[in-house]
Design a protein. Structure first.
Lengths: 220, 242
């Protein structure tokens, strides 16, 4: 069962290679726009680059999870999910994970390169990596929840981000403060624990919530 | 279509017209007394002078902004679980009222902040979480208006409100914690030196008045929601023609 789900997901993503590279290209594009707007002052850039990376990651997750269920809804896959005997929660869980693997993981892998480009210290880039690994699955899950909420709508391009960005705030606050704590040499374990707690809270409950939301959106 | 549910809406719509009228007069009178009590009778604060008096609007509004969210989420929960029509209407009609209280709390807070903190806006924990609360309300209203099928819309907004109520404490404490870590300006937080009874009584009174006002607007808005949903039904036409 799990094998089949993973296989299908991989096939869908690898059939369309754009879907893997586009988030990454988008990430680098936005990052390279920041110096153009803010100027190339090294001290200023060094101070705000962790925030810039996080803002770019938010945009990437928002855009990649925006129309997450759109095609499945059109094809009738979601109805099939909901009427089948199989455990849809498991399918949804693996779909969240695969969305994360193909949109956030490439970005995370390229963080060392970004650190080279913007001369981020090793310590700082490690904590950026750590917060991204812990934070992005939560952001992706919340984004997918938003796309399930707006499933019944014809156009929802900017609506979903408006609804879900307030829900991003706890993750953003603790990630940013962990990064800041490291850069001024304070302990940061507490923030990491809270990020971990949010991850453990959101990731297992999200498939159930998604199933309920999809049922609400379909039964009209 | 279940007949008893329609009857329920009808019952509410036909019975509350006079109640809403009485309540609106009552809340007007209560507000008049409250203005006099808060602006003239209550003593001047030794630290902040007269500027503290805006508290009599600010604190009840901030209180109500949270209370209305809880009511919205709670009635949304009832609407989702037991599918009671009037609760669906009640849930979504709470959103504009709550947003209104939130805006009042924000604006009065800004006006109070100018003489006290020296600036209109500080990224203070309370202000920031109140602002996020406003965004949550706006999100619910925007989501509701995006659907053409309003029954479907209410289901989705109720779910969002319920998820929001789990999120509000998390947001509140994370913002509070975030702010205490890097508090830039030395904002002398409005340390409540356990307000004197002559100041506290008008505050409690205003809290009561705001609740009465909320009830008035709430009943009127639920009536409006019933009207919008049932405007093609026969009983409404008959009732309005009488």
């Amino acid at each position: 069962m799990i094998k089949a789900i993973v296989k299908t997901e991989l096939a869908i993503y690898f059939r369309n290679l754009n879907s893997i590279f586009l988030p990454l290209i988008f990430f680098f594009l936005i990052l390279s726009v920041f110096p153009l707007i803010l100027g190339t002052d090294k001290i200023l850039l060094g101070k705000i680059i962790p925030g810039m990376i996080w803002i770019t990651v938010i945009l990437t997750t928002l855009l990649s999870s925006n129309n997450f269920f759109r095609d499945d809804f059109k094809n009738g896959v979601i109805e099939t999910y909901l009427t089948s005997d199989a455990s849809i929660e498991l399918v949804l869980f693996f779909r969240i994970v695969s969305c994360w693997v193909f949109t956030c993981l490439p970005v995370i892998i390229f963080i060392p390169l970004v650190s080279l480009l913007f001369e981020i210290s090793f310590q700082n880039s490690t904590i950026i990596l750590l917060t991204l690994i812990l934070g992005t699955p939560v952001l992706i899950s919340i984004g997918i929840f938003g796309s399930a909420l707006t499933l019944g709508l014809a156009k929802n391009n900017i609506l979903t981000p408006v609804i879900i960005i307030p829900f991003y705030i706890p993750v953003l606050i603790f990630s940013a403060s962990a990064i800041e704590a490291v850069s001024i040499g304070l302990p940061f374990t507490m923030q990491i624990y809270i990020l971990l707690a949010l991850l453990v809270l959101v990731l297992p409950t999200m498939p159930y919530l998604l199933k309920y939301t999809l049922e609400l959106s379909i039964n009209n | 279509m279940n007949i008893s549910k329609i009857a329920n809406l009808r019952f509410f719509y036909t019975r509350t017209e006079s109640i809403a009228f009485i309540l609106s007069i009552l809340s007007f009178l209560l507000f008049c007394i409250g203005i006099y009590w808060g602006l003239y009778i209550a003593p001047t604060d030794y630290l902040q002078g007269d500027s503290y008096r805006i508290m009599y609007v600010h604190v009840p509004a901030a209180w109500l902004s949270l209370q209305v969210y809880i009511i919205m989420a709670f009635s949304g929960f009832i609407a989702l679980v037991w599918k009671i029509k009037i609760m669906e209407i009640a849930s979504i009609q709470c959103a504009p009222i709550g947003a209104f209280f939130t805006i009042i709390a924000l604006i009065t807070g800004m006006i109070w902040g100018k003489p006290t903190w020296g600036t209109y806006w500080v990224w203070d924990a309370m202000l920031t979480s109140e602002l996020i609360l406003l965004f949550l309300y706006i999100g619910i209203m925007v989501l509701y208006s995006a659907f053409s099928d309003k029954r479907q819309a209410v289901k989705v907004t109720s779910l969002l409100a319920i998820i929001g109520i789990i999120n509000i404490p998390i947001i509140h404490y994370s913002v509070e914690w975030w702010n205490t870590l890097h508090q830039g300006p030395t904002v002398t937080k409005f340390e409540k030196p356990s307000a004197h009874i002559t100041m506290l009584l008008p505050l409690l009174y205003m809290l009561f008045t705001f609740n009465v006002y909320f009830l008035t607007v709430f009943i009127k808005r639920v009536r409006l929601g019933i009207y919008l949903r049932e405007k093609n039904s026969k009983w409404l036409e008959e009732y309005l023609n009488d």
